[in-house]
Design a binder for this molecule. Structure first.
Ligand code: PGA
Length: 260
């Protein structure tokens, strides 16, 4: 696991955007796994800037989002589809028919979830999956107790997640109680995972996920089982890591070794 510690949220976001941009440049028809939430917002801004100022070309890129609230139509302001349009898709030249966000309106949910998995396989899998981490250690909407082998499915949201996300809705009762989410097993099949976290309030759960035992109680801890993981943190989110000094040292040494 490569742990990169940047000084603040902006630096974290720029660094994360560089990893995505490098992939898009090297493999123009790559498959990006994208995440919603406050964490990746500035990374999307930086990717937008790179598109506008540096010509970063998304025309052949396919994207899959991790999750969607169940019951919200794509044009609902709090849907994750809407979030992606507003924060990234409408600012870059990604082709609308290569953009996938789970449908919050699927009728036959099981069949729909299977088809989402199939679509990922049909394009050859996800090259890099961007992830945030929830206050309860979740990745996507894989709440504590989700099997580490879970697949795309309908889940009931945890009380903590409903509270965390209530800030985006008028009142807590408006937060949907269900979501469709990629499973932990689905996520682990991506070729590379990149977890982002910033701010003091993520420090404890980040330490649990990276340095604690692998457990379904902190689904982000499953990243420890993946061969190619990059964790990009700001100083605050890294502040409770026991091996912080080592990660800083290792990153410097590895950069020196590979000459940049
Ligand atoms: P946040 O959410 O980026 O808004 O903190 C992260 C998550 O719940 O995965």
């Amino acid at each position: 696991m490569r742990v990169i510690i940047e000084k603040d949220y902006e630096a974290m976001s720029k660094r994360a955007a560089q990893f995505v941009a490098e992939l898009v440049r090297n493999k123009p028809d790559c498959v990006l796994g994208l995440a919603t939430g406050s964490t990746p917002v500035s990374m999307y801004k930086e990717l937008t800037r790179m598109h506008k100022e540096e010509g970063l070309d998304f025309s052949l890129v396919t994207t899959f989002n991790l999750d969607e609230y169940y019951g919200l139509p794509p044009d609902h302001e709090q849907s994750y589809y809407y979030f992606m349009q507003e924060n990234l898709f409408k600012h870059i030249n990604v082709s609308p028919h290569r953009v996938r966000v789970p449908s919050g309106l699927a009728k036959d949910v099981k069949a729909y979830c299977e088809s989402y998995e199939r679509m990922i396989k049909e394009v050859g899998g996800i090259d890099i999956q961007v992830l945030g981490i929830g206050g309860d250690g979740h990745i996507a909407f894989n709440e504590p107790g989700s099997s580490l082998a879970s697949r795309t499915r309908l889940v009931a949201l945890d009380e903590q997640t409903i509270k965390d996300n209530a800030r985006f809705f008028e009142k807590e009762e408006d937060v949907p109680r269900y979501a469709i989410t990629m499973g932990v097993g689905t996520i682990l099949e991506a070729k590379r995972l990149m977890l982002l976290a910033n701010g003091k309030k993520k420090a404890k759960v980040v330490a649990q996920a990276i340095e604690g035992p692998v457990t379904s109680q902190i689904t982000a801890s499953a990243l420890q089982l993946h061969p190619d993981v990059i964790v990009v943190l700001d100083e605050e989110a890294a502040s409770e890591l026991k091996r912080r000094e080592y990660y800083l040292h290792a990153e410097k040494m590895i950069q020196e070794f590979y000459g940049g």
